[in-house]
Design a binder for this molecule. Structure first.
Ligand code: GLC
Length: 701
């Protein structure tokens, strides 16, 4: 370990089902996070190695360079496949997959099967909550279900690789892609990464319902300067090792067999041209024997943009003068497969002739690709386990939909519940109000895979389904995404619908207010400069509060929000993230109390954007923040040293006591271990579960 240590979260997510009435200590289950982090033995198979080398020996240089190429659906041609193309991404139609694979295994010279890949990030057709929400569950089983059902549906159409899990630790809520991993903590991200890899791959990803995983984006992409996507990341070795690499190492230890390098420059060197990351650490220090694919045109983006050319989106870093230089830089750094741009394929022969790349490096890259294709069983079973007609019937099966509903409710975080306004009474008249109330599109969240809007059960329908009294609706305001004309950049810019919403609220007994962001406000290339509820939604809360009706604000968002201006207006606040196809029923399960919310925040919610970055495991300073006097590290205009809602925070409908902390020993040797135990008691009146969190800090380090 490096000299500096940091407060680390050792989250023992113990499932405690307290007795419903009197409470009582319940024996805790074996902590599932330790199970998740158990490494998977990873031995190379001599038979596979022999087959790889034998096939490699028959390949021409052209065929090797083709194998290194990975093309998206709109660039794939039959000719490219006949020439020995390596991989295809974003083709999900089972009939097209089958035809392209037939061309590869019947009409190419060496009949090497294609590897079909897709971004199954939080579900394929049965869309689960966004990974930030799954992180909030602090429950590896939820992440495992997400991964298992996503792999099953993906494999059914003939896919065999997913570009997941995304494991980028981030302290940047302005960054839209904070939605895609498990937030700010290395340990929580490591646990979720490992369990997702195991869910995607199983013990043998040649199985008919498994895929090879691809942890991304290696590395430190989650810390872009000022939260702008694709922006520079710059940090000390200590931070890289302590905060950003651990989830990748956990994913590798769980068996991940491909990795994706990121768009970002790390300490001045773009990740997909960064030999220290890809070769020294990943392949050298960690012994990775799979293959590294670049992110989309990330190899081309190593180039300087030629003067006066339109911004083609395929240049920028300027660490390579032209295509050949970029190809050589990427390949020599450790990229084995180039996504979408075609520089290694197009300039490989010329670069080899000039001695700027070596045949041994080309062979190593191709060997790695062939090794994974063989481990995936593609040579024996190149086709999907279902015919194209049968594949559709594998989507949205009852077990997957039920798991998605459970995942959504277990991901929800109760931030406020003044006067126990929640749970609401389903026998009373409920008004469901807001731009997310009857919204199917946005509940799918970013990376909606092959999810369809009509698959989503809305909040209104979920509430109505469980209510025995009238359920009414008003939109309040229209929430448009950031693609709208700048006249209404964030949506909900008009209060014209407020009067009707207030009237609907007044005619009801209680109100569920469904507010938040659109899915296009999170995810890739969707960074925001504020963290406020878009538009006039805060005013809508004030208008509903003025009716005096009991109400809960249910938030649908892909990032931590700054809730300082609403936290006093709403008696109850429930964070629901983008909850996926079962968002409506899951909200109703929690709001009416059949599910007791147990989620915890996976990332800090600041008072306002000026507090960012703010995270729990920050370094000490010589003048730690202190609100009792001036001369220390603080924002004078913010009332606290902490964020508004801290990492790990979440309320419940019951209460728990955590007492009697005891250790298995009084000291621990350098490479030893120690066990901590506590008694957890449900001291309230409802069954619930608790996440036991243990934070360690070496006071002198
Ligand atoms: C994107 C994303 C990456 C994704 C890839 C393929 O630009 O950065 O996460 O896997 O392209 O869709």
């Amino acid at each position: 370990m490096l000299r500096y240590r940091r407060r680390a979260l050792i989250a023992l997510s113990i499932l405690v089902l307290g007795a419903a009435v009197t409470g009582g200590v319940v024996a805790a289950s074996q902590s599932s996070d330790e199970q998740a982090l158990q490494p998977v033995p990873h031995a190379a198979s001599p038979a596979v190695e022999a087959r790889v080398n034998s096939l490699l020996a028959h390949m021409t240089l052209e065929e090797k360079l083709q194998q290194i190429q990975l093309l998206p659906d709109f660039l794939v041609t039959d000719e490219a496949v006949r020439k020995g193309l390596g991989s295809v991404l974003s083709v999900t139609d089972p009939a097209r997959i089958r035809e392209l694979q037939r061309l590869a295994v019947e009409e190419s010279r060496l009949k090497i099967p294609l590897l079909f890949a897709f971004d199954t990030i939080h579900g394929f057709r049965t869309i689960f909550p966004i990974p930030l929400g799954v992180g909030a569950s602090f429950d590896p089983k939820v992440a495992s279900d997400d991964a298992i059902y996503g792999a099953r549906e993906s494999a059914a159409v003939g896919l065999k690789q997913t570009y997941a899990p995304m494991v980028d630790v981030s302290h940047e809520p302005r960054w839209g892609r904070i939605a895609e991993a498990a937030g700010e903590d290395p340990y929580l991200n490591a646990v979720m990464a490992a369990v997702r890899v195991k869910g995607i791959q199983g013990s043998d990803y040649s199985a008919r319902d498994k895929l090879v995983s691809s942890p991304k984006h290696f590395a430190a992409y989650g810390q872009p300067e000022n939260g702008r996507d694709y922006n520079t990341t710059d940090m000390s070795e200590q931070r890289l090792r302590n905060l950003y690499l651990p989830p990748f190492k956990a994913a590798l230890d769980a068996g991940a067999d491909t990795f994706m390098c990121g768009f970002n420059a790390l300490n001045g060197v773009p990740a997909c041209g960064n030999r220290y990351l890809l070769t020294d650490i990943l392949k050298g220090e960690w012994g990775f024997d799979g293959f590294v694919e670049s992110d989309w045109t990330a190899v081309a983006e190593l180039r300087a943009c030629p003067p006066k050319t339109p911004d083609s989106g395929e240049c920028g870093h300027g660490v390579a003068a032209d295509g050949p230089e970029a190809a050589a830089l990427a390949l020599n750094a450790g990229v084995d497969s180039e996504m979408t741009s075609t520089l290694i394929r197009d300039f490989g022969e010329e670069l080899l002739a000039k001695g700027e790349i070596s045949i041994s490096r080309i062979n190593d890259a191709v060997r790695r690709i062939l090794r994974i294709k063989m481990r995936a069983g593609l040579f024996e079973h190149p086709y999907a386990p279902y015919t194209p007609d049968q594949a559709e019937a594998q989507m949205l099966l009852p077990d997957a939909v039920a798991a998605a509903r459970r995942a959504a409710s277990r991901s929800m975080v109760l931030l406020k519940n003044e006067g126990n306004v929640l749970p609401l009474d389903p026998a009373k008249r409920t008004a469901v109000i807001g731009p997310l109330a009857k919204n199917q599109h946005d509940l799918l969240g970013p990376w909606w895979g092959r999810g369809e809007d009509e698959d989503v059960v809305t909040v209104f329908d979920g509430i109505a389904e469980q209510s025995t009294a009238a359920t009414t609706y008003a939109e309040g305001c229209k929430l448009s995404n950031m693609e709208v004309p700048l006249t209404d950049p964030e949506g909900c810019g008009s209060d014209a619908g407020f009067a009707h919403a207030v009237a609907v609220a007044q005619a009801a007994d209680q109100v569920v207010l469904a507010l938040g962001e659109t899915r296009e406000m999170s995810g890739e290339a969707n960074s925001r400069s504020t963290l406020d509820l878009p538009g006039l939604q805060e005013k809508l809360i004030e208008a509903i509060a003025a009716t005096g009706k009991p109400f809960v604000v249910v938030l649908f968002n892909g990032r931590p929000l700054a809730l300082e201006d609403i936290v006093d207006d709403a008696p109850a606040i429930l964070e629901a993230w983008f909850p996926g196809v079962q968002g409506g029923p899951a909200v109703a399960d929690v709001v009416f109390g059949s599910v007791n919310p147990g989620g915890k925040l996976p990332a800090s919610f600041p008072y306002r954007v000026g507090q960012v970055p703010i995270y729990y495991n920050h370094e000490r300073t010589g003048r730690p923040c202190n609100k009792t006097f001036k001369w220390n590290s603080q924002h004078r205009d913010i009332p606290s040293c902490s964020p508004l809602f801290e990492f790990g925070f979440g309320l419940s409908y019951t209460t728990f006591s955590i007492t009697n902390l005891r250790l298995s020993a009084a000291s621990v040797p350098t490479h030893g271990s120690i066990s901590a135990s506590v008694d957890v008691e449900n001291t309230g009146t409802k069954t619930g579960d608790e996440v036991v969190q243990l934070y360690l800090h070496d006071p002198v380090a």
